[in-house]
Design a protein around this ligand. Structure first.
Ligand code: MGD
Ligand code: MGD
Ligand code: SF4
Ligand code: MO
Length: 695
């Protein structure tokens, strides 16, 4: 028997981007474990990826190209050869591209976060074809935009510093489920005497384990941050020296904060005045004592109408109290902006003959249903889906489904499994998993460049995304030499070596070692140097004004809430959020039996008062509905959901739910204030006992 250990990287859309060690015995991956030497992974994986071999060798892996034989959405296919598959796709795309190249749309997200299997060869292909560009907004754009206005880039506190913080505010995140290796650091900080405070409408696994949990109404975070600013300024808990040297617009901010006494903030957020005052005092007083105070703000905050402004407002707090002076102080939203990824080399935008329109992935439902018009341009005639599962994850699912049902739409799906989206494919192609291909990764929760070596041969006839686009490019007659580059050659271009943070990037060395930290100072803004136009932390942002926003922090109410839309709330009185379930990764892993078993079935957490009012008992099947649609789930009557809020942990495969639906039946396509992002958690619903379930 031959045994080897291969260095790899977790490909999933998770901030932790763990370093993996794969044990391979006679060509079979027998164990997937965390690299004990990698400082942030420290030998620990989440339960999902510890099961990566189970997913890779799953009996339902797609192993051959297939062609649809049933009706759209029915999921009936027959096996075809690669030659026939590539021929069929190239012919159809070629015919469309000759008339209206923008009628072709890629639809992809972070099924893999790899720089190579993500947007490299695929982007080159679509650029050469002249396809519509996809605005990849489905996750992080609102927050990233708000953060950028304030701090300048997605750069923040280093994960490896948090254990030295004395106060950590976990704001709109559930790291036990979704950012495990941050939680490890937070717990170490707790052991060293730090206080942990969670700000979350739901008593999540994490909120339950913090010293304090502030359960505000969804979408009201900016009001809480403004209330904190009011107290910090009124009680002189600010860092005047840091403000004078490294911030812009304090006087205007002071006026704005004066409009937000704690009473107003408390009322807006649905919490007590003391909660506002004490939070501000704890934060400001600790900073005043010279202790590192840190905020881990996460994406829970930004999936509402005012999500961009919320993140922007929260991101002002560290500069206000001088928290950036310490390596263990400040704020982290994402570290992705620290990486000089060389997207120009990987994606070759220069291959585009002319600028193309952009389609927002968040509104795929509406966009697939649009005809040709001067404003929209040509009707979408072909969608190539890879690294994504739009039928399950995009909002307003009924419209997404109707779009993909269009008889005249040509849909190609590259997948590991027959997902909800794969059911709508005309041609379904088997893709390799992370164990079967090469990749290079950045991270959004730490500062290491990462390498993934292929551990095993491709399963069946599966091919890497890159290879599929290489074959398509060749069949379409694209002869730029860039279409011949291997995955290794692509990976070697992943980071820009001329950038000071990555001058030591060397793909051959990275492959051997697995990971390499960026050149970054421990405390990124201790001496200012923000990436904003002014080089300061911008309390006042002229860029925001130019882009049509309030240049100062402000509160933007949700589209759908009792306070902002009483008429809608009279029909649909409950706010619904659908954050990630611990054992799934978005919709990935839902089909892995052991993990689905751990989640059980789709649940809806509802407060005892709201349950009693509706005659709903724990364990009842309930129907959750609004004007957009409905789905069923099993009620868990629990005070984890604050009164007025229901929580459906997500994202379930629709076809694995009893009614063939999931939470996105009721979410809407309206966009966030910034970044054109989705408003998944800005959703009013009504809940009733389900009578009979029609599958
Ligand atoms: N296990 C697991 N891990 C994941 C994922 C997964 O699906 N499963 N998904 C990955 C991806 S793609 C992402 S983007 C990240 C997401 O990472 P996070 O944004 O940290 O997502 P969650 O961990 O669910 O934390 C969101 C929390 O925000 C709360 N919340 C909802 N609305 C509001 C609000 O208006 N204000 C505040 N303050 N809180 C609110 C929710 O109740 C939830 O507890 O996680 C990644 N990691
Ligand atoms: N209701 C609700 N909806 C949500 C969210 C929510 O909190 N609530 N969260 C949103 C967020 S934050 C995000 S990021 C999106 C995520 O949405 P998606 O990015 O669509 O994520 P997944 O649903 O996990 O689908 C990824 C798919 O990519 C496939 N895949 C993985 N690796 C490869 C590969 O190498 N090649 C190919 N061809 N395929 C691969 C996987 O098998 C999987 O089916 O969902 C969003 N939707
Ligand atoms: S999903 Fe996240 S925590 Fe789990 S192994 Fe991957 S990177 Fe690590
Ligand atoms: Mo995400």
């Amino acid at each position: 028997m031959t045994t080897k250990q291969v260095r790899a990287t977790c490909p999933h859309d998770c901030p932790d981007t763990c370093a993996l060690l794969i044990t391979v015995e006679d060509g079979v991956a027998t164990e997937v474990k965390g690299d004990p030497d990698h400082p942030t992974t420290a030998g620990v994986l989440c339960t999902k990826v510890a099961r990566y071999a189970e997913r890779t060798y799953h009996p339902e892996r797609l192993l051959h190209p297939m062609r649809r034989v049933g009706k759209k959405g029915e999921g009936k296919f027959e096996r075809i050869s690669w030659d026939e598959a590539i021929d069929t796709i190239a012919k159809r795309l070629g015919e469309i591209a000759a008339r209206a190249p923008q009628a072709v749309l890629p639809y992809s997200y972070c099924g893999t976060m790899g720089l190579v299997q993500g947007e490299s060869m695929s982007a080159r292909f679509f650029n050469q074809l002249g396809a519509s560009q996809l605005d990849r907004t489905i996750c992080a754009m609102a927050g990233a935009t708000g953060y950028r206005y304030t701090i300048g880039a997605s750069i923040g506190t280093d994960l490896e510093q948090f254990q030295d913080s004395k106060l950590i505010i976990i704001w709109g995140g559930n790291p036990i489920a979704s950012n495990l290796h941050f939680w490890t650091r937070a717990q170490e900080a707790k052991r060293r005497g730090a206080r942990l405070i969670a700000i979350d409408p739901y008593r999540s696994l994490t909120a339950e384990k913090c010293h304090q949990h502030i359960a505000l109404l969804p979408g009201t975070d900016a009001a809480l941050a403004l209330g904190m600013m009011h107290v910090l300024i009124a009680e002189d808990l600010v860092d005047a020296d840091y403000i004078a040297r490294h911030t812009l617009g304090f006087d205007q901010l002071k006026q704005r904060a004066a409009e937000w006494p704690p009473e107003r903030a408390a009322e807006t957020c649905g919490i007590s005045v003391d909660e506002v005052i004490n939070l501000a005092r704890e934060y400001g007083q600790a900073a005043h004592r010279g202790e590192p105070v840190a905020i881990r703000v996460n994406y829970g905050v930004q999936r509402v109408r005012g999500g961009g402004m919320s993140v922007r407002t929260i991101a002002c707090l560290p500069a206000l109290v001088g928290a950036w002076r310490h390596a263990a102080g400040g704020i982290q939203l994402s570290t992705s902006g620290s990486f000089p990824a060389n997207r120009t080399a990987l994606q070759r935008p220069d291959l585009q003959k002319q600028p193309s329109r952009t389609i927002n992935m968040t509104t795929i439902g509406d966009d697939l249903l649009k005809g040709t018009s001067p404003e929209f341009g040509p009707k979408i005639e072909a969608v190539i889906v890879y690294n994504a599962n739009p039928l399950a994850i995009a909002p307003d699912s009924d419209r997404v489904m109707r779009g993909f049902l269009r008889e005249d739409l040509f849909t190609v799906v590259l997948e590991h499994f027959q997902t909800d989206s794969a059911d709508y494919a005309d041609i379904l192609l088997p893709a390799t998993t992370q164990l079967e291909h090469v990749d290079a990764h950045l991270a959004y929760g730490h500062l290491y460049m990462m390498a993934n070596n292929a551990a095993i041969a491709p399963m069946g006839e599966a091919k890497p995304n890159t290879e599929i686009f290489r074959l398509l490019a060749a069949r379409m007659g694209y002869d730029d030499p860039c279409f011949l580059q291997s995955d290794d050659e692509l990976a070697a271009q992943a980071f820009d070596k001329s950038h000071p943070r990555a001058i030591h990037f060397d793909w051959e060395a990275l492959k051997q070692r697995g990971w390499q930290k960026l050149n970054m100072p421990d405390a990124p803004f201790a001496d200012g140097g923000f990436a904003t136009p002014s080089g300061k932390c911008e309390f006042y942002s002229a860029s925001m004004l130019a882009d049509g926003h309030d240049p100062l922090p402000t509160y933007t109410p949700p589209y759908e809430s009792a306070a902002s839309n009483p008429e809608l709330a009279s029909r649909y009185p409950l706010a619904m959020i659908s954050p990630p379930a611990r054992n799934f990764l978005n919709s990935t892993f839902v089909n892995v039996k052991s993990l689905r078993g751990a989640e059980g079935e789709p649940h809806l957490d509802i407060h005892p008062a709201d349950g009693a009012h509706r005659g709903i008992l724990d364990g009842d099947m309930v129907r959750i509905f609004n004007d957009r649609g409905s789905f069923v789930a099993k009620a868990r009557v629990t005070s984890k959901a604050r009164a007025g809020l229901v929580v459906g942990l997500s994202v379930w495969w629709k076809k694995l739910a009893s009614d063939g639906k999931n939470a996105n039946e009721v979410t809407g396509q309206r966009l966030t204030d910034m970044g054109r992002g989705p408003t998944f958690y800005d959703t009013l619903v009504q809940v009733e006992k389900a009578t009979a379930v029609q599958p």
